[in-house]
Design a protein around this ligand. Sequence first.
Ligand SMILES: NC(=O)c1ccc[n+]([C@@H]2O[C@H](COP(=O)([O-])OP(=O)(O)OC[C@H]3O[C@@H](n4cnc5c(N)ncnc54)[C@H](OP(=O)(O)O)[C@@H]3O)[C@@H](O)[C@H]2O)c1
Length: 357
Amino acid sequence: MRAIVLRPNTADPAYANAPLEEVPKPELVGDRDVLVRLGAAALNHRDVWIRHGAYPTPGHGSILAADGAGIVEDVKHAEDEGLIGNQVLINCSINWDSAPEGPEIPEKYGLLGYAPLPGTLAEYIAIDRKYIHAIPEHLSVLEGAAIPLASLTAWRALFSRGEAKAGDRVLITGIGGGVALFALQFAVAAGIEVYVTSSSDAKIAKAVELGAKGGVNYREATWPVALKELLKKNRPDSKPEIDTIVDGAASGVDAMISTLRLGGRVVNYGVTSSRTDPSSAKAPSYAQIFFRQADWRGTTMGSAREFRDCLAFIEKHKLKPIIADVFQGLENAEKAFEKMKNGSQFGKLVVQIAPSQ
Ligand SMILES: NC(=O)c1ccc[n+]([C@@H]2O[C@H](COP(=O)([O-])OP(=O)(O)OC[C@H]3O[C@@H](n4cnc5c(N)ncnc54)[C@H](OP(=O)(O)O)[C@@H]3O)[C@@H](O)[C@H]2O)c1
């Protein structure tokens, strides 16, 4: 089969190659493995970080990408034959069942798209049946592929770790991002008042169309003041403060904390700014944290239980992932990587692998 494989780049060691190669079709090894013919895969920023060598081992030879959806074509166990022909999406968060604090055995935890685990920028993937889920009925295979990693990260950040609930005011930073957009959609559907930050006024306007109450441009140093003005305007009768911040950039942390209510929380799932602009990723001043009685929480993807809850919520509210662009065929995957690298997208970048799905 054909797949996008991580390979060293002698011309530029700081950014590995990702050529399209012919590789062996995966075999059904595990007792409950199923073979999925992938119809589409989606990128996450992690895939770019992997090419930049941000993961502990070089991983060369890995099939890239964690997100995918397709059709079950074969199964190992006779009891699973009923799955053949089903349209499914794949939970890429491997070996985390239900523990709220984190994977049960951290050393066994992993994500698809990095060796020794398989990836989704390929024609086929073999995976234990417990990781496949029916694509919600209102969604296509393309849309299903855009869901797993970013939606699960957003779900855990907003609800499990952020404990956000209807009526709260939540600030989501860097709204152009895949995780941030799912957090926005979930929060709006849950009756939460959402504010966003972005480098782009056009992206803020799109977020407002999706239900955000407003947003500010984080490139302006005075953005916390502008945010407070918005909060005052929308709720003149209460203090202009945020209950929970959902952040994947870790940039301007003191400014973020200045917008929190006393005892509010920051839920952080990423450090985009320290990778792209190290000078912007200063550590928070401890005084800011303790005077605000702030609760600083780290979060990552999530458990199988959280993924099921997240999918049920998507189904119930008929949410559709925001797709920025679809690239036709594995031969165009590099264009998706380029777009992810320059950050111009608003939503997920999807590679259609099998046009018939
Ligand atoms: N811990 C985990 O399990 C986990 C899971 C998923 C993602 N992550 C991490 O979370 C981050 C986002 O992932 P993603 O896939 O959603 O990435 P993405 O789609 O590429 O989005 C990145 C977004 O970051 C925003 N951004 C960049 N610099 C910023 C800054 N200085 N302040 C605020 N926002 C800034 C940009 O928003 P605008 O375009 O609006 O300016 C950009 O769209 C990545 O670092 C990723 O590695 C971690």
